[in-house]
Ligand binder design. Structure first.
Ligand SMILES: C[S@@+](CC[C@H](N)C(=O)[O-])C[C@H]1O[C@@H](n2cnc3c(N)ncnc32)[C@H](O)[C@@H]1O
Length: 232
């Protein structure tokens, strides 16, 4: 199948996922026994960060191969939607976990999907997913509109204080690159607000920030920023 993609982020992850898709086996994966919020498995908080998800509508923005949303559905009883703009990522997610009841994977741009969403979500989250890859204020505004009362937004992003990051106002994307499985680099665009900038952008939409976690690497340097917020 050939897919023409014009958004550089979508194109980069499309290329990434197709290489992964070709390298991975066709069998479903075992359900991960832990939700991962950082890039170091076993580190940082677990699914409990999202509060009670049993029977709740949960959406992951930029679900990749679907590991976290599958965990929430299979182990915590969530009714899950994983969305991703890259066709190959959704193929991987469906192959891995498409058999699970109560879990739907869909190929779509996150903002477009939220703009046309027909029912509210109780929980909306992103783990190094869409948050940071699309204009943050536009995204958070759409999330705020689509959350049910007391609904939760949670996201993990590269910590803005990590060496090499140059935080800005979060309204202009910075060029960055994604290493593909074959070692080549693909061009991407990333939004890099400061730590306070992220919190301000969330609160501008009327959501209330409820928790901020600065997760450090093994040498104590900031690595992952995790923010949770709630609708009134
Ligand atoms: C770094 S991966 C993270 C995947 C997954 N959350 C994980 O933790 O493994 C970022 C994902 O965001 C997706 N993505 C990027 N821009 C997007 C957009 N505008 N709408 C939906 N998904 C997007 C990419 O295709 C990619 O799968």
């Amino acid at each position: 199948m050939s897919v023409v993609v014009t958004d550089p982020n979508a194109a980069a992850w499309q290329a990434h996922s197709l290489q992964r898709l070709n390298a991975e086996g066709p069998e479903p994966r075992e359900i991960p026994n832990r939700m991962e919020w950082t890039r170091t498995p076993g580190q940082g908080p677990r699914a409990e960060l999202l509060g009670h998800v049993d029977g709740r509508m949960v959406i992951e923005l930029g679900c990749g191969a679907g590991h976290n949303i599958a965990h929430l559905v299979a182990m915590h009883g969530a009714i899950g939607t994983g969305l991703d703009v890259a066709w190959g990522q959704v193929q991987r997610a469906r192959r891995n976990y498409g058999h699970l009841r109560g879990l739907l994977f869909t190929i779509t741009d996150a903002c477009t999907s939220l703009e046309y969403a027909r029912r509210p979500f109780d929980v909306c989250y992103s783990v190094f997913g869409v948050v940071g890859l699309v204009p943050p204020l536009e995204l958070f505004s759409l999330v705020a509109e689509n959350l049910a009362p007391r609904g939760v937004l949670a996201f993990a992003v590269i910590h803005p204080d990590l060496a090499g990051q140059t935080p800005d106002a979060g309204d202009t994307p910075q060029p960055d690159s994604l290493q593909l499985p074959d070692g080549k680099q693909a061009r991407i665009l990333r939004y890099v607000p400061s730590r306070d900038g992220w919190l301000g952008l969330v609160e501008k939409t009327g959501l209330t920030v409820t928790d901020v976690l600065d997760i450090a690497d093994s040498e104590g340097a900031p690595e992952t920023l995790i923010v949770t917020a709630r609708k009134a």
